[in-house]
Design a protein around this ligand. Structure first.
Ligand code: C2E
Ligand code: CA
Ligand code: CA
Ligand code: CA
Length: 395
């Protein structure tokens, strides 16, 4: 751990600046200042030896919510954001969730009270309380949903649908993507966008992915047998958290083997965000997947903070062009240009391309003329129940 010294009068942190470090005050005293909407600054607290300052930024990486100035010479101990988030990922998922949500609430209150700076104190207090109440019920909803998801996993409320990949030249189905569905006992069918971000936050995604993977392998075997085609592949979505599991690749391979599926028929769909984490274990894990024969696709390609450098640094086999570009391609030259350049980059790097979200035959003919060979989208088929996927294969 690193010690830092500040002289009396020195600024330790400035409101609004990005923060990566919290400090534990070992010696000295500081003043906490908040800037109001009218630009004036007010002292909201003093902190001395034994207290923590700047702790909010290391939980959520947001900008500093206050300025802190040394009132005396200070000796501070640094706590870095990376250190803290490591601890948080290993904590009970609910601890992590509640920590972040409480913090969100706290930030909102601070923002509010700063912008309400001119109002009388009584109404500010009332606003704060109402706001805190709303935030608290959000926390409760999230905790409730996360508990319900635990039941869902155990109680077979989850199921998968399969959306085909179609070879444009022949119209043949060459594989499927497994998409998670939750049949919630009260809310009915819940779309994945409504619960996956939450279960990623709580860490439950890891158990969910394990479930999806085994289920999808089982379905793939039945599809391969029904179609008499053992080249048929299954594409599965992974979240960044899945890659934190030790033995990730080994356990995937074991499950595939138990289910009678060859690794070469498994495609992992990951997002650009995962590659941006730049953790060395991500690249090692992906290499291991490739060594075992699994393929790696970049999902929603073009929507992230694309950096072309990772395309050859990581063992990637396929880019899935995001549906927003496909749907704008015919009306927006920018989108068309982007699709064109993705095609030529992939050509040069020897990557395959899949066009996502294809909805009409105009898009199909554009993709054909751009020499895109594989597509997916409502035009060909919506995500299907296993039995419907098998009927589709049997033509
Ligand atoms: P995604 O992986 O990009 O999946 C494609 C989404 O677009 C699916 O939504 C699919 O139903 C929808 N879609 C497919 N074709 C078309 C089309 O032609 N037009 C339009 N407008 N939409 C189309 P869905 O099933 O609601 O899934 C949403 C997202 O949830 C997925 O986006 C994926 O990020 C996530 N997800 C789904 N299943 C899993 C899973 O098992 N694990 C993880 N980690 N994420 C999953
Ligand atoms: Ca996907
Ligand atoms: Ca996608
Ligand atoms: Ca998506």
């Amino acid at each position: 751990q690193v010690e830092k010294n500040f002289r009396a009068g020195e600024i330790i942190m400035r409101q609004g600046e990005p923060g990566e470090i919290a400090y534990f005050i070992q010696q000295g005293q500081v003043q906490v200042l908040v800037r109001l909407a009218d630009g004036s600054e007010v002292e909201v607290a003093r902190r001395s030896a034994g207290s923590l300052i700047g702790e909010m930024a290391i939980v959520d990486g947001g900008p500093r919510s206050a300025s802190i100035i040394a009132l005396q010479d200070c000796c501070l101990l640094e706590i870095s954001r990376s250190e803290f988030s490591k601890a948080l990922t290993h904590a009970n998922p609910i601890v992590g969730l509640v920590t972040r949500l409480i913090l969100m609430r706290y930030r909102n209150i601070l923002q509010r009270s700063a912008s309400l700076g001119e109002l009388d104190p009584a109404s500010v207090a009332l606003e704060r309380e109402e706001h805190a109440h709303a935030e608290q019920s959000k926390v409760l909803d999230a905790v409730r949903l996360s508990n319900e998801f635990r039941v869902a996993l155990a109680d077979s409320q989850l199921f998968l649908e399969y959306q085909p990949f179609v070879e444009l030249s022949s119209g043949t189905v060459i594989g499927f993507e497994a998409l998670l569905r939750w049949n919630h006992p009260v809310h009915g069918r819940m779309p994945p966008d409504q619960f996956i971000p939450l279960i990623e936050e709580t860490g439950q995604i890891i158990a969910a992915t394990r479930w999806v993977f085994r289920e999808a392998c089982g379905a793939l075997l039945r599809m391969q047998q029904a179609a008499g085609n053992n080249d048929l592949f299954m594409s599965i979505n992974f979240s960044a958290q899945d890659f934190d599991e030790p033995e990730f690749v080994t356990s995937l391979c074991n499950v595939a083997e138990q289910e009678g599926i060859e690794p070469r028929n498994i495609h992992l769909e990951i997002t650009e965000r995962l590659l941006l984490r730049q953790a060395s274990h991500v690249s090692e894990t992906l290499k291991l997947c490739r060594d075992k024969g699994m393929e790696v696709s970049i999902d929603d390609f073009g929507t992230g903070y694309s950096s072309l450098s990772y395309l050859h640094r990581y063992p990637i086999s396929t880019l899935k062009i995001d549906k927003s570009f496909i749907s704008n391609m015919s009306s927006d030259d920018g989108a068309l240009g982007l699709v064109r350049s993705i095609m030529s980059i992939s050509d040069n790097l020897g990557l395959s391309i899949i066009a996502e979200g294809v909805e009409n035959d105009q898009q199909v003919s554009m993709l054909r003329s751009l020499r895109c060979h594989v597509a997916q989208g409502f035009y060909f088929s919506r995500p299907l129940a296993e039995s419907d996927a098998i009927s589709l294969l049997n033509g």
